[in-house]
Design a protein around this ligand. Structure first.
Ligand code: SF4
Ligand code: SF4
Length: 197
């Protein structure tokens, strides 16, 4: 097996941490995509911020690609999972439950439409890069801390949500405006180009 390499793709709020180990995940045939992470409120806001994101989200909800998490008053959304045949490289790996957005070539979603966790999460094994000049665990930890803080801010600002909030355009735009304001106050410049690469 070749040595694991980790790279950072800086794309504003869709910044990604990538590990070559994920292409041949030793833990699950579908890698982390067998259990897609939730869209927290900050993720929903991020998607709505992105070019075409509001229409994408509403269409995904209408088609059942994105559904509400279980619970009485769900505050998060999740990607549907399907039983699918997984191929890694040219080698069939069998069938597994996996995110509906996973293809044989990887994720089909633009990074700006994924939950942030999809973009930055890499397990400890995947972060082990002996040739990296800096410990790859650092950018990972910074990104995780950043999104944890923002989600905390959303919980404080939106302690309760109306029924059917996830299809309420006005509420969705208010979430995106809150994130815009949070990023501006944090000194982060933001352009659509950052999310459209
Ligand atoms: S982050 Fe770890 S568990 Fe997830 S796909 Fe990559 S190697 Fe597998
Ligand atoms: S959105 Fe993409 S990266 Fe995230 S779980 Fe689904 S296939 Fe994997």
């Amino acid at each position: 097996m070749t040595a694991t390499r980790v790279s950072l793709v800086v794309l504003g709020s869709s910044t990604r941490v990538l590990s070559t180990l994920c292409g041949e995940c030793p833990f699950h045939v579908a890698g982390c995509c067998h259990a897609p992470p939730a869209y927290d409120l900050a993720d929903v806001a991020r998607v709505v911020q992105a070019a075409g994101g509001l229409d994408f989200l509403l269409h995904a909800i209408a088609s059942g690609t994105i559904v509400a998490e279980d619970g009485v008053h769900p505050r998060t959304l999740k990607l549907a999972t399907h039983k699918r045949r997984i191929v890694q490289g040219t080698v069939p790996k069998g069938r597994a439950l996996a995110c509906s957005q996973l293809s044989d070539a990887g994720c089909t979603l633009d990074p700006s439409y994924r939950p942030a966790t999809c973009n930055y999460y890499v397990c400890a094994e995947g972060l082990r890069d002996e040739h990296a000049p800096e410990d790859p665990a650092r950018p990972y930890a910074v990104l995780r801390e950043w999104w944890t803080r923002i989600n905390g801010a959303f919980d404080a600002a939106f302690p309760s949500l109306p029924e059917n909030w996830s299809t309420d355009r006005g509420l969705l735009l208010a979430l995106a405006a809150f994130l815009d304001d949070y990023e501006r106050r944090a000194g982060l410049a933001r352009t659509d180009a950052q999310n459209s690469v």
